[in-house]
Design a protein around this ligand. Structure first.
Ligand SMILES: NC(=O)c1ccc[n+]([C@@H]2O[C@H](COP(=O)([O-])OP(=O)(O)OC[C@H]3O[C@@H](n4cnc5c(N)ncnc54)[C@H](O)[C@@H]3O)[C@@H](O)[C@H]2O)c1
Length: 310
């Protein structure tokens, strides 16, 4: 079975590619390397270095994929607020472009990377899939719009799909430039000998999920979860102070926080229910936060040594 992964050179997409190869799928990548890296792509995997806003006929006619896993996106909430037009092009137009190609070339299933950002500020915790949809950023809005297009393509053209709404994903290969995830940022700061920037009192909570578990959920969705929208999360609330303590246990004394004023617009608590994922995808998170952090730190340390040796 052939799977086309968009954004396969990126953080999450590259781990999905690894998991698909491990499970003996044929894999093709489309990625314009805008935030992704060539070094994330295994040498033998076909990579189309092209923009998904352009015509995709060449790729689909050549490759005839059975499944499309769509990870490519503009992923920054802050950028979406500064440039909603670009965000809409990347997150809505690209998705519609892909959906049209899926219908034209008889793709059997479309798997989409959505986000907890579609829910906005939580009305209750844990947030399940029936929670009200009320995005508080253009990023959340563009992800929700893409979901709605997928649902209508499915109704109109009988295209099978699974929408996966991720919580905070962390792990190896996460970008530390720009608006990185807090785990990537903290590890980067710690390895540079800097203090960790905590905004507010550090008691705000997030639901951190390890990237390898997210990759496994996507591969599970190749077989299960038809026409469903499903949260992908650890289902555990971790405060920023607890995260710092877990990093301290792995890295040691160089972990020192600095406290800054709380940022306006930051959500105080976040927790996604993963009950539906466990039921429908026959999936559950395998890595604890401590195990995931250990692997991520080891990778960053090796990468740093590698960079010095170059
Ligand atoms: N990282 C998280 O915590 C998180 C949480 C929720 C949802 N998501 C979603 O997961 C997906 C993957 O995110 P990530 O963190 O791996 O981001 P990433 O930036 O590492 O990966 C995105 C990839 O898409 C590629 N890309 C972007 N626009 C493209 C275009 N027009 N044409 C071709 N390639 C393009 C980039 O080069 C990059 O390799 C995104 O859809 C994101 O919205 C991520």
């Amino acid at each position: 079975m052939k799977v086309l992964v968009t954004g396969g050179a990126g953080f999450i997409g590259s781990h999905i590619v690894d998991e698909l190869l491990f499970q003996h799928f044929d894999v093709v990548i489309v990625d314009n390397l805008s935030t992704g890296r060539e070094e994330n792509i295994p040498g033998h995997v076909t990579h189309y270095n092209m923009d998904l806003r352009d015509s995709l006929d060449l790729v689909f006619a050549n490759e005839r994929p059975d499944i499309v896993i769509h990870q490519a996106a503009q992923v920054s909430v802050a950028h979406s607020m500064k440039n909603p037009g670009f965000d809409a092009e990347e997150n809505i137009k690209v998705t519609v472009n892909l959906l049209e190609s899926c219908v034209k070339y008889g793709v059997t299933k479309f798997i989409f990377a959505s986000s907890a950002a579609v829910y906005g500020a939580p009305a209750y915790l844990p947030i399940d899939e029936n929670h009200p949809i009320d995005p508080s950023s253009f990023y959340g809005l563009s992800k929700r719009s893409a979901e709605t297009y997928i649902e209508m393509f499915s109704q109109t053209f009988d295209l099978n799909y699974t929408i996966l709404r991720y919580s905070n994903v962390y792990g190896m290969r996460q970008n530390t430039e720009g608006e990185a995830g807090v785990v990537a940022l903290f590890i980067d700061q710690a390895l540079k000998g800097e203090t960790l920037s905590v905004f507010g009192d550090g008691l705000q909570t997030r639901d951190f999920i390890f990237v390898k578990d997210v990759a496994k959920a996507n591969v599970a969705a190749c077989l299960n979860g038809d026409r469903e929208t499903i949260n992908i999360s650890q289902g555990i609330q971790t405060s920023i102070l607890e995260l710092i303590k877990a990093l301290y246990l792995n890295i040691g004394d160089s972990i020192q926080p600095s406290f800054y004023e709380e940022r306006t617009g930051d959500i105080r608590h976040s927790l996604l229910s993963n009950k539906k994922a466990k039921q429908l995808l026959e999936w559950e998170p395998f890595y604890t936060l401590s195990e995931g952090l250990k692997l991520t730190i080891e990778h960053s340390q090796n990468h740093k040594v590698h960079m010095y040796l170059k």
